[in-house]
Ligand binder design. Structure first.
Ligand code: SAM
Length: 264
């Protein structure tokens, strides 16, 4: 796999463009999705107020909108909004007085999210094509940033958290669900492009992730939820010889989904 950030992002765009065009949920029968979605990240979205099945491509790894305690009238920004799953939940909670902006760098995802918004007749949502490392919004414009299973895909996480800090109003907050690691993946797993696009290989060490957040100037940083994720046996078997797979199973390396909240 390339280590060039631009090439990594093109690979990510291609992977999510394929999913957006496939016309079904990620965990549907499409070939483009089968390998990615052997990993079970799902976290019980269906019970949330405002859930829209068409926008749920099975790509999230937590419930950031639940952790965010969204209030009516707020302006919310969802980073890496995909087909709009968290945007539509947030839009129900902020109501007509509020607004939710979804930002994604994959044109086909933005197109799919806009189609969903049109179908639902939502007027308090907007989907913007752009990159998290250079958010096309003014300083101090946002009450709350949410993001679901995205920042692991961003090569420059320092730039991402600096941008989140910049667009939040003073006292504004974020609630982010993401994948992090405890311990080092074997090189063959860390270099697997499918596992990068599948939100594992780009994940940072949890301690480094939390240190990046603190260094960006956030306070009251709390990991609200944390759970371990199992890699599917097929993904391990594809990358590792049986003896290496056994050593990995005994290594104590953990892949975790966390939901972290903090305040600017
Ligand atoms: C795993 S999907 C999650 C989608 C959505 N949050 C959900 O839960 O359904 C990751 C999304 O993040 C977008 N993405 C990845 N890196 C990005 C970046 N640097 N800037 C903007 N969007 C990005 C991808 O295009 C993709 O739609």
């Amino acid at each position: 796999m390339s280590s060039n950030p631009r090439e990594i992002k093109e690979m990510v765009k291609k992977g999510y463009g394929d999913i957006a065009r496939s016309g079904d949920s990620c965990c549907g029968p499409q070939d483009a999705c089968d390998d990615l979605c052997g990993i079970n990240f799902s976290d019980g979205y269906q019970q949330l107020e405002g859930y829209v099945a068409d926008a749920d491509l099975g790509l999230g790894c937590g419930l950031p909108t639940e952790a965010a305690l969204i209030k009516p009238g707020e302006t919310v920004l969802d980073l890496g909004s995909g087909a709009g799953n968290d945007v539509f939940i947030a839009s129900t909670l902020v109501g007509a007085e509020g607004k939710v902006i979804g930002l994604d760098m994959t044109a086909d995802m933005v197109a799919r999210a806009r189609q969903n918004a049109e179908k639902l007749g939502r007027t308090n949502v907007e989907f913007v094509l752009g990159e998290i490392e250079a958010i096309p919004l003014p300083d101090a414009a946002i009450d709350l940033v949410v993001s679901n299973c995205v920042l692991n895909l961003v090569p420059n996480k320092i730039a991402a958290f600096a941008e989140i800090h910049r667009v939040l109003k003073p006292g504004g907050r974020f609630a982010i669900s993401d994948v992090v690691l405890q311990g080092t993946l074997p090189p063959a797993l860390a270099d697997a492009s499918l596992l990068y696009v599948g939100c594992v290989a780009g994940a940072q060490q949890e301690a480094e992730y939390l240190a990046t957040i603190a260094a960006a100037g956030f306070r009251d940083v709390v990991v609200q939820k944390s759970r371990e994720i199992e890699l599917p046996a097929s993904a391990i078997a594809e990358a590792l010889a049986p003896a290496e797979a056994e050593a990995f199973a005994d290594s104590g390396v953990k892949i975790k989904s966390i939901t972290v909240v903090a305040r600017r």
